[in-house]
Every structure is written in structure tokens, then in C-alpha cells.
Design a protein around this ligand. Sequence first.
Ligand code: ARG
Length: 602
Amino acid sequence: MQKLIDLISEKVSAAFEAAGFDPAMGQAVLSNRPDLCEYQCNGAMALAKTLHRPPFEISDAVAAKLVETDSETFAAVQSVKPGFLNLTLQPEFVRGYLVKMLHEKKFGLQQPAHAAKIILDYGGPNVAKPLHVGHLRPAIIGEAVKRILRYAGNDVTGDIHMGDWGLQMGLVITELKLRRPELPYFDENYTGAYPKEAPFTLQELAEMYPTASAKTKTDENASDEEKAAAAAYKAEALEATKKMQDGDRGYRAIWRHIMNLSLPDLRRNYDHLHVDFDLWRGESDVHDVIPGMVEYFRQNGFAHESQGALVIDVTREDDAKELPPCIVLKSDGAALYATTDLATIQERVKEFRPDAIFYFTDKRQALHFEQVFRAARRSKLVLPETELRFIGNGTMNGADGKPFKTRAGGVMPLADLVADTEKEMYTRIRESNPDMPKEEAQKTAAQVALAAIKYGDLSNQPAKDYIFDMEKFTSFEGDTGPYILYTIVRIKSILKKYEEQGGSVKDALLSAPGTHAEKVLGLQLTRFADAVESAVRELAPNRICAYIYETANAFNSFYHETKILVEPDESKKQSYIALIAMTKRILETGIDLLGFDAPEKM
Ligand code: ARG
């Protein structure tokens, strides 16, 4: 269905043409003086310059044509000096548009003729390390973009792309060997089957990795012996990583154990955040195709040796600064982060023939992706028209403006941040609903906390840093997730009461808006598709946030000015109900695109 703004522009363009002017000048825009009109057209101003005529002459002529030809669309068309067209819509026209939206799928959002195949690479957790707050943004931004692109009619596949093949695995193996050298995994002569159960628990695993990682690092006051010990430990972990990658039986068995323990834990964490993936693949999945890819690079002259390493040059003539080459193999023959990313591109192309692959990770990885994308293009792993795009997210900071930390200054586990927010939300819910049973309050708190976290994040542009402000994010007022949910809950409660009084929400008929607030809300609802389209175009969930926030505001203004349930005029009352029921559906669709939902009460 055509967007309202386009429909209006079409009518204004026709009037420009009828008055003898270029119809291209008839583009309408939202009014920047909502006190005067709803839409406006500034085309006469631009036209005046080329025609060397006073702009109001043009706007006067166009206004006259519009009034003459179209009384159904516009209630008022004013030509105001110096040459603007101020447009106000007929209430009945607004009603007609809203009713049409209700009859269409997805409120009339235009669907593409061909669905684009898009792969989203997001989440990107590293197996064996507990999720920390740094994993929050790539997960929730990627999830929202997935939902938005899918809703807009694309064929989207989300892949978690786990870091499951790197040094963290070697570190855990090294630490385990140190603690339990007697285990069969470390016995070169062992040929029997390995135990099914891991020789460690998830808790131990979560402790082993940071312990091992700390042993590879020293501060500047460290003695030479300490430095040497750290270096030796790291060398051993690197060797263990290589041995595992090269297929050592015992080490692969430990890898399996780590995966078996970590994956359910990751799933639990992501489920809790309403983040879900179609594919649970990782770096390890492309291990076997790396040699073939490297051979292909070599044979076609895409890669060359440089200081013992195998590299692909990625610098372009127009680069202001030379870009370091993309390293495919280190001098010891080991594969790197870029290698697995290139191999993953190769496999994704083979399996899905994607039109686009989008990556969601911290923006500090921008150089890595630039190198990988260029290397993929130079080596023709992708078709020239395949889009590769990096959506780098900014940092989530604490109140001090520095990356979010625990009180003690350590890395904050993601689960703790979520639990703290749920606790805060629980207190607030208890305050506003003293009668709510404890269990329900807890469930509601978890639901609203998710909205607080996600909305607090997604309402910012992905690339921007933001401050995680618990007080603000969990507030029921202002531009927050809980405010949006509170608005939905308020509508739900009115609709419920209406039905309790014998009314039928689904049969309520919409009439033409009678009051200003009613019309403002109705017009706000007509702009749903504009919001989705701009979110798609810019890959920006913040566009959806801004739209639902304005919609919630328009609803609340209407609510404060209107007595809905006690309205004596039955057709007016029905119309109010129809309007707010539609508002609820639009808000619910909006929050679903963002990846959270609303409770019944809060
Ligand atoms: N595991 C990586 C990290 O924690 C993120 C993975 C992003 N995706 C990718 N295809 N490289 O830094």
C-alpha cells in the first residue's frame, strides 16, 4: 500500500502540473509547524528561483488548483508567504487510510518483489569464556535487525558464529593438563575411548579460562622470572591450540567436552535475552576447508609470501593510509581470525548464495572486517554484487563514561547485569503494584527488565557509545522501555474493561477523528511503514524506538484529554476503542521487532 506521504505528494504534484509547473516540485513533508498544519510542501520556494517569479505566486496558483480538484483529501490548503503550502487532511480521509491499513498485512508495509537473501553474523560469543557485557550489544542489535529485515520481506538467516577454535581452547587444555596430568587425554599412548562426561564442571570451566589467561599476562613490575613463566605458559597454550586444531585425539575430546558444557549455557543466556539463531556455527566448522581455500589463493596468485607469512594485499590506490595486508597463514602455518572469516564467507556463498552478509561486532573490529572484505573481493570469494557490511557497535559505558565494569573494576558477566536490572525492576514493580503476587511480580520484572536493557541500548544509534544508566533505563517515564510497556499495559487494561462492559473490541468501528489529539494519534499510526522502511534502509533499530516512543506519547496525550470508557456517544466510544486497539497492535509490533514483549499488568 502506498505511504500516506507519497499519496499526498502525488496529489500536490498533480496540482503543480495542473497549474503549469514541474510536478517534481510537489514533494510533501511532515509539517515543522504542527500547530499550523499537518503536512507542507516547499516546492514553490525552489521553483521560484529557477522561474524568477515570486514564490507565493506559485504557491497561490497550486493551492487554488488543489482546492478546486481535491476536496476529499484536504480540509485546508493554505498558501502562506513567502511561498509555503500548508496542508491539513480531511478527517474522513485519515479514517479511510487507517481502515485500509487495518485490512492489509503488516499495516500495508510494501513487500519486495523478490526477497533478498541476507546472512546476519551476530552474537559472536567465545566458547569457554562466560558471556560478559561486551557481548550484549552485538546480540541485541543483530537480533533486532534480523527481525526488522525479516518483517520487511527479506529471507534472513542469523548465524551466531562462535569463537570456538582459538587460543581460549588451548588455554583451558593447558590449565587442565597442569591440574590433572593423569587424565587419559594427555596420554599419547592411550587408544581407548574417552569418558563421556567432562572431567570438569561448567563452574570449573568458567574459572579455568580466566585463571589460565591471567597466567599469560604480567604487569610492568614483574620480575624476569615471572615474565619468562608467563611467556612459557602462553607458548604452551598456543601449542595446545595448534595440536587441537591439527586433530590430536585427546585434545579434540577435551574440545568436545568444552563445547558440550558451554553450548547449553550459551543457549540459556541467549534465550533469556530473547535472542535466537538459525545457525549455531562457529570458527571450528570451517577448519577443514581452510587448506583448500589457501591452495586456491596460492594457485590464482591472490596470496603471496611476506616475511614467512601468507598474505593478501588489500591496499587500494585511493587509500589515504596504507592498509596492512590480510594475513591468511602465520609463518608457522597457523590459521588466524581472518582465515576463518574468509573460509566462512566461502562456505556461506556456497550454501546460501547470499545477496548480503552483515556483521555485528564491536566497532573496534572495523579494520579486521575491512581487510577481510577486501581480501574476499580480491580473491573473488564473493560476486562483485554481493554486499559485505560491518555494523560496528559503540561501547556500553558505566556512569563514569568508561567501559562498564563491576564495582571491583572487573569484567562484568552479562548474567549479572541482567540479574541486577531484574532486581531493580522488581523493586519498582512491587512499589507500583503492592497487591501483585510475588511470583507474578518476579516474572513481570524479568519481562520489563529485558525491555529496559534492550530499549536503553537500541534507542541509540548502533555505532554510538552510551551510558548504562540503571535509574533511567528502568524508569516508567521518559524515553524508556518500561514507559513503552506501561503504555501498552494501559491500553490493554482499557480494552479489557470495555469488554467487561459488554463491548467487542474487534467489532469496534473507526470513525473520522473528531478531536485534535485523536487526529494526531491517527496520523502517527499512518507513519508505521515510514519507520520500518528507514530502519531497514539504515539498519537502525533506533528508528523503530523513536517511532514507538512518539506513538506512545501521542497515545498518552489522547488518553489524558479523552474520556474513553465513559463517553456517552456510542459511535465515538467505539471509534476511540478501535483507534487505541490499533495503537496497541502497532506498539506491540514495534517492540516485537526490537525483541521484547509486554506483560498484562505492571
Ligand atoms: N568472537 C568474536 C569476538 O568475540 C566475534 C565474532 C564476530 N564475527 C565474525 N565473523 N568475526 O571478538
